[in-house]
Structures are given as structure tokens and as C-alpha cells.
Design a protein around this ligand. Sequence first.
Ligand SMILES: Cc1ncc(COP(=O)(O)O)c(C=O)c1O
Length: 466
Amino acid sequence: MSISSFLTKKFLKSLFFPAHNRGRALPKKLIKLLNHPPGQWDLPELPEIGSPLSQSGLIAKSQREFSERFKTKGCFFGVNGASGLIQSAVIAMANPGEIILMPRNVHISVIKTCAMQNIIPIFFDLETSKETGHYKPITKNWLENVFKKISFNNEKIAGVILVSPSYHGYAGDLDPLIDICHQKNLPVLVDEAHGSYFLFCEDQDLPKSALLSNADLVVHSLHKSLNGLTQTAVLWYKGDLVNENNLTKSINLLQTTSPSSLLLSSCEESIKDWLNKKSLSKYQKRVLEAKSIYKKLIKKNVPLIETQDPLKIILNTSNEGIDGFTADHFFYKNGLIAELPEMMTLTFCLGFANQRDFVDLFEKLWNKLLFNSKKYKNLKNLKVLQSPFKLVQAPEIEIGIAWRSKNRSIPFSQSLNKISGDIVCPYPPGIPLLVPGEKIDRERFNWIKNQSIYNKDLVNFNIRVL
Ligand SMILES: Cc1ncc(COP(=O)(O)O)c(C=O)c1O
């Protein structure tokens, strides 16, 4: 089967990213564009259009308007996902050899950039849920303790990265965290890949957008948390702590010379759509519907985990002794395609289309799974694994050096006490379990090995070690 034939495959329910739900929630203007003769809209960087870094043209105009609307210093569309813009932001924040403080649930795009530039990641651990193993949002006290624990020369710290909300939708109060960093003159990049729509829903009891919380750089994944096409993203820039010239230079460094006009138009339309009163109220209704879906399922005794993002429905499969991967397989076979299977849970993304039939379908399948649960129950002890991380930790060897050092590929089972030259990172969610330069000590080794019981990505894999 060709890729193109697969792309039209129908599923009973697509509960994964992109959040436009297979076109059903795309902005009307984009649908209109796609209805023109196929390919007509695929234009090069004509002077009238320009690029995200031009001073003139339609893209520059649109970015300027959005920037003014949200009182930022700059807005840049991106066509290589939030990943691409996060990478540019990281390069703009730190020079090779400088330090960036980041949480353990940082996205792999950050680690790749650190390896490329030899920017030193200092990781801080986060509290995890005893029930699910999910990373919880960081609190002010926690961040203060992290700073107290840092024993190295503060001057080399170039910035801080925060991930909010997390993949599952956990989010805390960003204001005090950003304040702490700003008091130390440190710029803050907030990876808000999963929370773009918070910016437009101030009165809906959702987390406050990082953009309204004085973050210096904010990256939104427009296909994950607005209704953009896959790969669309936007970077917002504020404050005086990041040099604008560094920022545009690093966007330019990683940007293709031929950004897709369709994707750029999708960046524009997905943001405009949420600024349009009529469509905004439709999406706000979706958010309310999502909240009511959660409540209805809870009433029906479906074990769900609550986060701050109502669009994520997180099923606690471990409640019934079933791991999230096995449950995922079951739902997939029955046409309900989820986004994120994990050991204890399975996460579904509602997206922005109407999900009227979701509750009934979901309940039916969940009951079917329970009815056959003997077949699916995990006899191996299903329990949250103890995280192997210290509160503050840096790789034993500089990441860029480890990445570039001579290495050899060996089975993970033989890697105990070696130094990793590799990134070990199941996707989704794209959160590294091990980065180049880190030692595979007994705790880390066991932690990864125990995850491989459930996670196919980690079965019999090879790892490059120094
Ligand atoms: C927290 C987080 N940040 C960034 C990204 C990258 O987003 P994109 O797929 O738009 O490149 C992801 C993707 O999974 C993510 O989960």
C-alpha cells in the first residue's frame, strides 16, 4: 500500500493529534483553500508572501498583527513543528558550553540541540504521581529548592526551560516560577506545545497562557493544541532577556529555504480562527463539552485521571490491572485510535471537532475490555516505577562531547555502568529516558529495563555507548 492510499483510511474515531480531527475542525478559510485545484496553493517565496524572517510581505504582516494583538515583541511562524522553533529558541538562549536548566520531562528537541551545540543541560527532577507515574507540575517551592541545590557557578546558566502544560495536560501556576528566574536575570522559554488554545480562553478556568505570564519565549504547537496542519507552530518573543538578533539568527539557521506556503497559511488561519468571535465561541463550547464528557464518564465509573486540559481524556487502565499498551491495542482493534499509551494509562485527545458520540462509544468499548479483562490483565506486577533521578543532575560527560565521541552499539542489556552516547526516547511522548553523557548506573538501567516489559520501543534495543 502506498502512503497516499493509507492517508484516506477511515477509523471509527481518531483521538490523536493533529487536533483538527482529520480536517473536521480545520479553519473554514483553510478548507476553502484546500478545495481549490490541488496544488494550486503550493507557491514559492514570492515577494508578496515573503518568509517568517522577511520585513515585508503577507507573512511579516500577519506575524506583526498577531504580535501586536498579544503585546509581544515578535511572532514567528514555523513549519518544522514546535520542535524546530524550540531548537531555535534554545540556540538563541545559550552559547556552546553554557548551561540551561530544564525539567526531566523536557522534549527531545531540546536534547538534540544541546548535543549539537554542546549546551549543557542541567536537569531538575519533578514530583511524580504515585498512581500513574506522570510528572506533576512544578511548584514555586520546588523550583526554589532546585536553585538552592545548584552548586556550580551561577554565571554560566544562560536560561531556564519550563514545560507547561505537559503532554497529559498537567499545568501549574507559571507566574511565580518565571518571577524566580527573572529575579536571577535568567530568561525563560516555556514549551507550551500542548497549550496554545489557553491563550484564547481566559475566562474558561483553564491555565493561564505562558504568553500572558511574562515568559520570554513561548512555543506553541499549532497542530497539537490549535487547529493547524501537522508541522505548524509559532514562537512568541517578549522581554529584554533574549537578544532579538540571536533569535532571528537561530531561526534562520534551522529554517528551510523553501517553507511550505500551505503550512504558513495554516499557521495564520489557525490563529485567526481563534480570534474570530463566532468560531471562538464554537471552540469554547467544545471545551465545555470536553469537561462534560469527563464528568459523564466519571459518573459511569470509568477510571479517568483529571488534568488541567479538558481535551485530554486519560484512562487509568492500571486500575483494572491492564497496562496502557495492551488497552491501546484493544481500542485500536476496535477502531478507537488513542494518542499516548503508557504503562498505567492510555491518553485520548478529543481535539476541536464535535465528539457527540464519544461517551457512548467509549463506555461500550471500556465495558467490553472489562468483560474480557482476564485476557488482557497483566499478571506481571503493574506498579509505578521508582524514578532514578536526583533533584538536580547533569550528564557525567558534556553532552556534545559524548554525542561526538567514538562509540559502539551494544545491546542495552550489556550497557550497565557505561556512558551513553545515545538518546533513549520512546515517542510519544518524546521525553528522553537517557541522554548522551549520562551514566547508565544500576538504578537507571533497571528503570529502563522495567519499562521494556510494556513498551515495545524498548524491547531488545541497541544503544551507542562510549
Ligand atoms: C512537550 C512537547 N514539546 C514539543 C513537542 C514538539 O512538537 P511538534 O510535534 O509540533 O514538533 C512535543 C511533541 O510531542 C511535546 O510533547
